[in-house]
Design a protein. Structure first.
Length: 367
């Protein structure tokens, strides 16, 4: 396939969406394609690209209607070169669409949609997602596809390509003998882990209330929350109010999530909104049994009573019951953990990359 893929990501921090964009950027280059990442200077994405010796173009992306930055994107495409903009978040989509105005040649746009939130009903949002220049919206789950269809986005503009992970990345990681000492966890305690940003949609109040309920019935357990976010202080205060000190550990942002997963007995995702849930995929790749809510795309990555348990969202009692069930049943945890290694094979990042390449080829051909 001849043509340059220009990825645009406006985030300065690093979350699941950035990991997916990074995987795709690297994977395309490994497949011999021309790929460039455009991101804010000083961002986590720029640092990652430079660390991995991947093409990156730092560009200040101040707001959606940033016409100057949109114009500067013209420098990323050589005269006469076939190219495609892939916007990895909503702000990036607006900038990509504006940038197409500055080209004589038609530059198609692809947008990834990783969240299951309803579309905003304002005119700008409607214009963005209905623009003829936007050739495909890549939904990471069928749940997101249904949300887009509900808002009247034509079916021929939608594609489902689930997020993927390196399913072997935790193979070399094992249980660390010093892990419990480092985090002051007694040897006979079970460990329940969650990896999620400390934000509203991750439903930490539900997670903490379920922890409180679990401790009534199963006191020898520690809950570890890996992540950071805007509500960090609020969530930590709530944890203290529930007298969970000594039973809930907040690690902040960690790049070494594999160590936490490999030393845990069980993974939990309490989200009330979730696009797909790549943290769940990470847990499955680590061979953990998983418990998640029925929010968004979570039921697409957890097979109920095969490799884990799905509970109703915003229901701490149901979540606590599921946690206790698995904590008390070693054989069931092991059974679900083995099945997780099978389930996650369907979300290998190589599959995700190949599906994107097919999509790009289709768009270049039509263009």
């Amino acid at each position: 396939m001849k043509g340059r893929i220009i990825h645009i990501d406006t985030a300065k921090s690093w979350r699941g969406g950035q990991q997916q964009a990074a995987y795709l950027h690297r994977g395309l280059i490994q497949q011999g394609m021309e790929s460039l990442m455009v991101c804010p200077p000083g961002s986590a994405m720029e640092a990652w690209c430079r660390k991995n010796n991947l093409p990156v173009h730092p560009l200040s992306l101040r707001c959606e209607a940033d016409f100057l930055s949109a114009f500067r994107l013209t420098h990323c495409i050589k005269t006469g070169q076939s190219a495609l903009f892939h916007a990895h978040n909503a702000h990036a989509l607006m900038i990509a669409l504006i940038a197409t105005v500055f080209f004589r040649k038609k530059i198609p746009v692809v947008a990834s949609r990783r969240v299951g939130f309803p579309l905003k009903l304002n005119k700008i949002a409607q214009w963005k997602y209905r623009s003829k220049k936007l050739r495909r919206i890549v939904c990471v789950s069928h749940n997101i596809l249904r949300v887009m269809q509900f808002h009247g986005i034509p079916e021929n503009k939608l594609a489902v390509i689930p997020s993927g992970i390196d399913i072997h990345k935790f193979d070399p990681v094992g249980r660390t003998p010093t892990f419990r000492d480092e985090w002051n966890i007694p040897r006979d305690y079970k460990i329940v882990c969650t990896i999620a940003a400390l934000t509203a949609e991750k439903a930490y109040p539900v997670f903490l209330e379920s922890a409180r309920l679990v401790l009534r019935e199963y006191p020898t357990v520690i809950f570890i929350a890996v992540g950071d976010g805007k509500q960090a202080e609020e969530i930590k205060t709530l944890s203290a109010k529930k007298d969970l000190a000594g039973h809930v550990i907040f690690t902040g942002f960690r790049s070494d999530v594999g160590i936490f997963l490999k030393n845990s007995d069980l993974f939990v995702m309490a989200s009330k909104k979730e696009g797909l849930g790549t943290s769940i995929l990470d847990a499955e790749a680590a061979g953990l049994p998983v418990i998640g809510t029925d929010a968004g795309g979570i039921p697409e990555v957890i097979r109920h009573e095969v490799n884990g348990i799905i509970v109703p969202r915003q229901n701490p009692e149901a979540l606590a019951k599921a946690i206790v069930t698995l904590l008390k049943n070693d054989d069931l945890r092991k059974q679900y953990g083995k099945k997780s290694l099978e389930v996650v094979k369907g979300f290998d990042i190589e599959i995700t990359i190949k599906k994107h390449i097919v999509l790009y080829e289709e768009i270049f051909k039509d263009n």
